[in-house]
Design a protein around this ligand. Structure first.
Ligand code: FAD
Length: 411
C-alpha cells in the first residue's frame, strides 16, 4: 500500500492533541491524529484551571463541553489542620475566566476529540506510533493498528501530544532527570453521599504529614468525587498495598475530613501512579515539536497539567502554521522559552508547597488582598501575565512573602 502524505501528524488524542489538531484543521491543513487507546479512556487529571477555557474557546470546543454539564469550579480550598484558605477566581489579579470545570477525563477528552473530528480532523483510535524518522524535509511515522497491521504516514510536521506515553522524548533520547523526589498518588472515585451545599463543590486539598502529603477531593456533577493522596513513593506504596486498604482507611478516618468519606462506596478500586514527574531536555527539533505532558510534568498539587497541555497545544499549532506557511520560526525563543516560563512559575509554587513556604502563606492568619489576588491568578493558570508580581518575580516572591508573614505572626 502507498504511504499517505499529509500536512501534520499529531500523536495522541488527549487535550493537547485535540486542541492542536483542531486549530490546524481550521486553517485548512490535512491533519491526522493517531491515538493508541480506544476512547473513552480513563486518565487522571480532573480539575481544570480557568485559563484553559481560553484555549478551548480558541478552537470552538466550549459549547460541546458546556452541553455535557460538568461540575462548575469557581475556586479552590486549601486546608491544614484547622487552618483554611479559600480562593475564588472572581477575586483575581488577571482579567480572565472566573470559572471552569471539574471533569471525568474519560468523558471530557472524548468530547474534545469528537469535536475535533466533527470539525474535520481525521482520528485513528487504537493505533500506536511505533517509529518516527524526522528531518528538515519530511517526517516518516510508522504505526500499528489493533490487529498489529503496520502503516506509514509521511507528514510535513509532527506534534507529539502523547502525554505520559512520551513518544518522541523516548525515541529521540530527550529525557532529562527531574530534580524533585519521586512521588506518587493513590486514588479512587467514590459515591459522595455526604456532600452538602455548605461543604461546597470546588476542589479541596488537605495538607498533612508535615507538608509531605496531601489529599485531594474533586467533586463531580453526578455526586461522585475523585479522592486521592499524593506523597513520597514509599508512603504511597504503603497506602496502596492490599487494594488500597490503608488509603481507604485513611480517607475514612482522617480527622480533618470530618467524616465526609467515612463509609463511602467506591466507583472503582483504588489505583496507583508512581514517578510521574518527567521532563524533556528539548521541546522541538527538525520537523517536530512536543506539547502537553510530553514536554514536562511536575506535580499535580495546583492542577496545572491540562491547562499547560491545552496552552502548549495551541501555541505549538500556531507556530506550526507559521512554519508551514514558509515563515522562519525561532522555536527556542518563541516556543520553548515561553512555555518553560509558564511551567517555571508553577515549579516555584510546587517547590514552595513542599518546602513549606506556600503553605506558610496560605495558612498565615492574615494575607493581604493584593497578594491573594496575585496568587489566585497563578492558581487560575494565568502564568504568562507579567503584570502579576507573583508571575514576574516567582522565584523570589514566594519566599519573601512567606518570611514577612512569619515575622508578622511572631510579633
Ligand atoms: P494525555 O492526556 O496523557 O493524552 C496523551 C494521549 O496520547 C493518550 O490518550 C495516550 O493513549 C496517547 N498515546 C501515548 N502513546 C502513544 C503512542 N505511542 N501512539 C499513539 N498515541 C499514544 N492535571 C490537571 O489539569 N488537573 C488535575 O487535577 C490533575 N491531577 C493529576 C493528578 C495526578 C496524580 C497526576 C499524575 C496528574 C494530574 N494531572 C492533572 C496532570 C494530567 O494528567 C496531565 O497533565 C494531562 O493529562 C496531560 O494531557 P496531554 O494531552 O498532554 O496527555
Amino acid at each position: 500500500m502507498q504511504d499517505r502524505n499529509i500536512d501534520v501528524l499529531v500523536i495522541g488524542a488527549g487535550p493537547s492533541g485535540s486542541v492542536s489538531s483542531a486549530y490546524l484543521n481550521k486553517l485548512g491543513y490535512k491533519v491526522i491524529v493517531l491515538e493508541k487507546m480506544k476512547f473513552p479512556r480513563f486518565v487522571i487529571g480532573e480539575s481544570l484551571l480557568p485559563h484553559c477555557m481560553d484555549h478551548l474557546d480558541a478552537v470552538g470546543f466550549l459549547p460541546a463541553v458546556k452541553e455535557h454539564g460538568f461540575q462548575i469550579k469557581n475556586g479552590a480550598a486549601f486546608y491544614k489542620g484547622e487552618q483554611q484558605l479559600n480562593f475564588f477566581f472572581n477575586e483575581q489579579h488577571t482579567k480572565g475566566w472566573t470559572w471552569t470545570w471539574q471533569v471525568k477525563r474519560a468523558d471530557f477528552d472524548n468530547i474534545l476529540i469528537k469535536e475535533a473530528q466533527k470539525q474535520g480532523v481525521e482520528v485513528h483510535f487504537e493505533c500506536e506510533v511505533t517509529s518516527v524518522n524526522c528531518s528538515k524535509e519530511k517526517q516518516v511515522v510508522t504505526y500499528k493498528d489493533s490487529s498489529g497491521k503496520e502503516f506509514t504516514i509521511v507528514a510535513k510536521y509532527i506534534i507529539d501530544a502523547s502525554g505520559y506515553g512520551r513518544v518522541l522524548p523516548r525515541f529521540f533520547n530527550l529525557e532529562e532527570s527531574v530534580q524533585t523526589p519521586p512521588r506518587g498518588a493513590v486514588f479512587s472515585h467514590i459515591h459522595d453521599t455526604k456532600r452538602t451545599a455548605e461543604s461546597g463543590e470546588n476542589i479541596f486539598i488537605h495538607s498533612f504529614n508535615n507538608n509531605t502529603a496531601w489529599i485531594w477531593a474533586i467533586p463531580f456533577s453526578d455526586k461522585t468525587t475523585s479522592v486521592g493522596i499524593v506523597s513520597d513513593k514509599a508512603y504511597i506504596e504503603e497506602l496502596a498495598a492490599n487494594n488500597g486498604e490503608n488509603f481507604l482507611n485513611h480517607i475514612r478516618t482522617f480527622k480533618d475530613l470530618k467524616g465526609r468519606f467515612s463509609d463511602e462506596r467506591l466507583v472503582f478500586e483504588p489505583r496507583t501512579v508512581l514517578g510521574y514527574a518527567a521532563r524533556a531536555k528539548q521541546l522541538f527539533g527538525d520537523g517536530y515539536t512536543l506539547c502537553g505532558n510530553s514536554t514536562e510534568f511536575l506535580d499535580p498539587v495546583f492542577s496545572s497539567g491540562v491547562t499547560l497541555a491545552t496552552g502548549s497545544g495551541l501555541m505549538a499549532a500556531q507556530l506550526t502554521h507559521r512554519q508551514l506557511s514558509g515563515e522562519k520560526v525561532d522555536w527556542l525563543r518563541e516556543y520553548e522559552e515561553v512555555l518553560r516560563k509558564g511551567i517555571d512559575v508553577f515549579r516555584s509554587f510546587v517547590l514552595g508547597w513542599y518546602n513549606g513556604d506556600v503553605q506558610r502563606i496560605f495558612f498565615a492568619s492574615e494575607i493581604q488582598d493584593d497578594f491573594k489576588r496575585q496568587i489566585c491568578s497563578v492558581l487560575a493558570g494565568y502564568v504568562w501575565d507579567e503584570s502579576n508580581p507573583m508571575v514576574k518575580k516567582h522565584k523570589t516572591a514566594i519566599k519573601a512573602l512567606a518570611q514577612v508573614l512569619e515575622i508578622k505572626a511572631k510579633v
